[in-house]
Write a protein that binds this ligand. Structure first.
Ligand SMILES: Cc1cc2nc3c(=O)[nH]c(=O)nc-3n(C[C@H](O)[C@H](O)[C@H](O)COP(=O)(O)OP(=O)(O)OC[C@H]3O[C@@H](n4cnc5c(N)ncnc54)[C@H](O)[C@@H]3O)c2cc1C
Length: 378
């Protein structure tokens, strides 16, 4: 039996980031079922940070704001890559939704100066492929959204944790969990492990791990989301300078990426935890929405994938010690914000695990921890 102070189950962004923080305090072992950490949701995201995600919801704002400071200036030696590349965000909406655009503007202007109403001509100046008939009025936030280098962030967390002695064991599926009066024994297909504290960072599988440990489940809801990559239209230049284009009520979005265009139909089909694959209907929806706002016919899909966004009933993340089992820590329910909030979430998680106060910079932005506390499900 191999022993550690902390065992983290799952080596996606949640597991890697909390391992990084916990490795400052003791021996960490991360157990990952796949051969490749980040194989599931972490490797399948849209890779963006939005500072106004949740339209000013104070809890989400506190998490994204403090995380963006880490991502902008990671600790020395964390990575050589630039983790954030800022670009704008353009909301478009069908003509009938003019009132909704104005409503959203009134909400956003309360939380940022970086939002302006844009008319049809301005929309076309910003992203020339939007057709004249689609949108009369939109919203442009010039500096509100950044692409995240997810690979570099994930690697930075793992490399940093390993440099402090953490071990990442891949091909190590946790198959059985039992409790003793001093901690948790975990049987995997790569040997047996023991720690007084275990962290459940298994994304779509968090309830399965809870069930295995005899802990009450929180009702996680994995929802499939599809991404489709197509070639950029011929003759259109500088597409990588475009903002991300988002339909106002989240019907679809698209963004340029290394000369291609990535489109998501924002599908939310409930799924079992699994290796999610794109369904043809959702790929067709992506093509349909893109055509509707640009008149551009998609003839060939270059690449497609799907991932599971794992939400709780109230859509907030769930973190904290399970009230019904000593030493069982939840780090779950990050839905569509798990990458952009990982620096703050992992620091909050580690401080709770260590029985310390939440870091001052996170407290100063103002966060009501009860909103993300897993105890609300008990
Ligand atoms: C299409 C899409 C777009 C998104 N866009 C964004 C975005 O732009 N910005 C953003 O911040 N977030 C985004 N998200 C959300 C973000 O990707 C997730 O919140 C985040 O990746 C969740 O990370 P995780 O570590 O919790 O889960 P995962 O990455 O799924 O990691 C969980 C790990 O646990 C492992 N595991 C499960 N069971 C076991 C077991 N029994 N034993 C051992 N290991 C196990 C799995 O193999 C897996 O590697 C998006 C998600 C999707 C699907």
């Amino acid at each position: 039996m191999i022993k550690a102070d902390f065992i983290v189950i799952g080596a996606g962004i949640a597991g890697a980031s909390v391992a990084y923080e916990l490795s400052k305090h003791g021996k960490v072992i991360v157990l990952e079922r796949e051969s490749q950490p980040g194989y599931h949701t972490t490797g399948r995201s849209a890779a963006v940070l939005e500072t106004t995600y949740g339209q000013g919801d104070p809890a989400i704002y506190a998490l994204t704001k403090t995380s963006s400071i880490f991502l902008e200036n990671p600790p020395s030696g964390f990575t050589d890559a630039k983790l954030l590349n800022w670009r704008g965000k353009l909301y478009i909406a069908p003509k009938d939704d003019r009132d909704k655009v104005i409503d959203r503007y009134e909400k956003l202007i309360k939380i940022t100066d970086d939002v302006k109403l844009v008319n049809r001509e301005e929309i076309r100046n910003i992203v020339p492929i939007i057709n004249d008939n689609y949108s009369d009025l939109g919203l442009y936030l010039e500096n509100e959204l950044a692409d995240i280098d997810v690979h570099a962030l994930h690697e930075g967390y793992m490399k940093g944790a390993k440099s402090r002695g953490a071990e990442f064991i891949t091909n190590a599926e946790v198959l059985k969990i039992s409790k003793t009066n001093v901690g948790w024994c975990l049987e995997t297909n790569a040997g047996d492990y023991f720690a007084p504290i275990i962290v459940n960072a298994t994304g779509s599988w968090v309830d399965e791990i809870a069930k295995m440990a005899g802990v009450k489940e929180i009702g996680i809801r994995p929802q499939r989301r599809t991404m489709v990559v197509v070639d950029a239209p011929e003759g259109i230049l500088d597409i990588d300078k475009w903002p991300m284009v988002v339909e106002l009520v989240d019907t679809f979005y698209f963004k340029s990426d290394a000369g291609k265009i990535i489109i998501s139909p924002c599908d939310t089909s409930l799924s079992e935890p699994c290796d999610a694959q794109p369904e043809e209907i959702d790929v067709a929806y992506a093509a349909h929405y893109f055509h509707e706002c640009t008149d551009i016919e998609i003839r060939k899909v270059e690449q497609k994938w799907a991932g599971l966004r794992n939400g709780t009933k109230d859509k907030y993340p769930a973190l904290g010690f399970a009230p019904d089992a000593d030493g069982f820590f939840w780090l779950a329910g990050q839905e569509g914000i798990g990458i952009m909030t990982s620096p703050a979430m992992s620091r909050i998680a580690a401080s709770i695990i260590m029985g310390e106060e939440i870091p001052k910079d996170i407290r100063d932005v103002g966060i009501d921890l009860s909103i993300i506390d897993v105890k609300r499900f008990f």
